[in-house]
Design a protein around this ligand. Structure first.
Ligand code: 5RP
Length: 230
């Protein structure tokens, strides 16, 4: 069993009957979806799910997990997803999969947000390894990029690898991948991005994670957030 699978199984064991569960996006979240479906089949687990992306929704559908669409949901019990970077205070960088709006809505709407990572995702500061994905309204991308450059960002529109096309989210936003070498701390940058016109959503998740499950050397380490949901 690999590290991503290990933390995913640990998270799936915490799901209880009658829960409304948010499904994350990515390879770690896929293991969680698979295990949830196995528990439904083998143990009679009775859950309803809501997906954070079209790909996760398709996977859940193929595995027979009951789903409700996001427009019918005002809160959920549990959200389980991976992350690209995690700092010691459990701030996250997410968004390689592009559907940031849905991911952040679920992270905000849940009673508990379990974040699943292996130790390669632990960083001292957000932006250490990856550019920050920023979803922008298509007609506003140049104005928004200019504003972001004014606060020290540099980057460009995300392209679809191996093609001439641009990445477009499931609801039609473009994605700017921006690096900020400005020394701005994560919360200040989070607030600045939130306040930038044309930004639909971005990949910094501050104060949202409840619990971090880290796979280290074949074991799961659990870290509780001091400033997130309990
Ligand atoms: C998608 C995400 C993913 O959770 C993140 O990219 C981690 O992916 P993986 O589990 O494949 O390492 O934020 O938008």
């Amino acid at each position: 069993m690999n590290d991503k699978q290990l933390v995913a199984l640990h998270a799936a064991a915490q799901v209880e009957d009658a829960m409304l569960v948010g499904l994350g996006t990515g390879s770690t979240a896929n293991y969680f979806i698979d295990e949830l479906a196995r528990r439904q089949r083998d143990e009679g687990l009775n859950v309803t799910t809501v997906a954070s992306s079209t790909v996760s929704s398709i996977r859940a559908h193929q595995l027979g997990l009951p789903q409700v669409s996001m427009e019918h949901v005002s809160r959920i019990d549990l959200y389980v997803d991976g992350a690209d970077e995690v700092t010691p205070d459990l701030s996250l960088l997410k968004g390689r999969g592009s559907d940031l709006v849905r991911e952040k809505l679920l992270a905000r709407a849940c009673d508990r947000f379990l974040v699943l990572v292996d130790h390669s995702k632990l960083v001292a500061r957000i932006g250490e390894k990856y550019a920050i994905p920023i979803e922008v309204m298509p007609f506003a991308w140049q104005l928004t990029k200019h504003r972001l450059e004014a606060i020290g960002g540099r980057g460009n529109l995300r392209a679809i690898a191996g093609t001439d096309g641009l990445a477009v989210t499931s609801h039609g936003s473009l994605v700017l991948d921006m690096v900020f070498d400005t020394g701005l701390d994560t919360r200040t940058l989070d607030a600045a991005l939130n306040a930038t016109p044309g930004v639909v959503e971005h990949g910094i998740f501050c104060g949202l994670a409840s619990v971090l499950l880290i796979a280290i050397d074949g074991k799961v380490e659990v870290r509780q957030a001091s400033n997130g949901k309990t």
